[in-house]
Ligand binder design. Structure first.
Ligand SMILES: Cc1cc2nc3c(=O)[nH]c(=O)nc-3n(C[C@H](O)[C@H](O)[C@H](O)COP(=O)(O)OP(=O)(O)OC[C@H]3O[C@@H](n4cnc5c(N)ncnc54)[C@H](O)[C@@H]3O)c2cc1C
Length: 317
């Protein structure tokens, strides 16, 4: 593993690359990248997401499915994403999977960043997805993107919760504001996914030291677990999982009153262990052809993943 400072520099470079259009084009056209994509992405089609969900459910895991795509700059693309989610929810219903499979939505994929009334478009499109989710008996969680979108995303969530009280939102422990957001959202019925945070953020708004982020995660988890909502602890970090379990016991939480979440293809053994111990364990399953930004963030999270990248880029085919 590269020394910490070197790995922080790599992480920062990779996160800059996650929004580089030229690199995105090169990567998308490079056939060898396929194997790498396959490790973290369930496939490109609706059927792939449904099949992966069925397989995960067969091993006692719950699922949240993300239709890949972000930073949408055209309304037609936002409409296509909305329609893809609605079709996916229909397909999950047909397959009898909605009791254990929900969807995760990035508001930037449904128009949040469009000039002018982008936020309103995202609200309307997310509402359409929520209506379909309600019809088929499942839920939706709004992913959280970079800090410039936090207020907008929480505002959209607040509006949607008036009609869909089960709507989940994500809070990122690395943001300095998040402890206060946890306090606001630790209320009855409120589903909150707590993650460390995956974007490159300035020191002014976020903790950037890993130890500080971990400490912030513990403080936030404590607030959520002691509150009245439904915390969703999204992390692969073994220490934070142990602390989460201990905090849940200390807060007298019944097993079904919170859950752990991890990403498709990451620490699968640990996912199975937690599920076998009777924990609610949900896997975040991304699918679709717009995998570039997602993949680069996954590579940035773990220096060892860079070996996979090097192999993908140097292999032929
Ligand atoms: C279900 C879920 C939903 C998420 N939603 C969001 C969101 O909406 N917004 C957002 O900003 N972030 C989101 N994230 C990403 C999150 O913010 C972190 O970037 C990511 O989870 C890595 O942090 P960690 O807590 O696993 O700890 P880390 O300290 O990064 O990792 C701990 C250990 O887990 C393993 N590990 C972690 N990541 C990887 C990987 N990619 N490949 C292989 N091994 C790995 C390694 O063994 C590592 O040492 C989500 C994460 C999960 C699990």
């Amino acid at each position: 593993m590269p020394p910490r400072r070197e790995s922080e520099v790599l992480r920062s470079l990779l996160l800059s690359a996650s929004r580089n259009e030229k690199l995105q084009q090169v990567a998308s056209e490079a056939a060898p990248a396929r194997a790498l994509v396959d490790r973290f992405v369930a496939g490109e089609r609706t059927e792939d997401a449904v099949r992966a969900s069925a397989e995960l459910q067969a091993t006692g895991r719950l699922v949240t499915i993300d239709r890949l795509g972000e930073d949408t700059v055209e309304i037609a693309q936002a409409e296509a994403t909305r329609d893809a989610y609605i079709a996916l929810l229909g397909a999950l219903d047909d397959a009898g999977l909605t009791a254990a499979a929900e969807v995760s939505v990035k508001l930037s994929a449904v128009g949040q960043a469009l000039p002018g009334d982008g936020e309103k478009i995202a609200l309307d499109f997310a509402r359409a997805i929520c209506e379909k989710a309600k019809e088929v008996g499942t839920t939706v969680t709004l992913d959280m993107e970079d800090h410039t979108t936090t207020d907008s995303t929480l505002g959209v969530a607040r509006e949607l919760r008036a009609d869909f009280p089960w709507l989940g939102v994500v809070l990122q422990a690395y943001l300095r504001r998040t402890e206060a957001d946890c306090r606001d959202l630790a209320t009855a019925g409120s589903r909150v996914r707590l993650c460390k945070g995956a974007y490159r953020e300035p020191e002014t708004v976020a903790f950037t030291d890993r130890a500080d982020i971990d400490k912030a995660y513990v403080r936030c988890a404590k607030i959520l677990l002691q509150g009245d909502g439904y915390p969703m602890l999204a992390t692969h970090d073994p220490r934070l999982i142990d602390i989460g379990e201990a905090l849940a016991i200390r807060a007298d939480r019944a097993p079904g009153s919170y859950e752990f979440q991890m990403l498709f293809g990451v620490r699968t053994d640990e996912q199975l262990r937690l599920a076998a111990e009777g924990h609610r364990m949900r896997v975040y399953v991304p699918y679709g052809d717009e995998w570039y930004g997602y993949l680069v963030r996954r590579l940035a999270e773990r220096p060892a993943n860079l070996t996979l990248l090097a192999r993908a880029l140097t292999s032929k085919g």
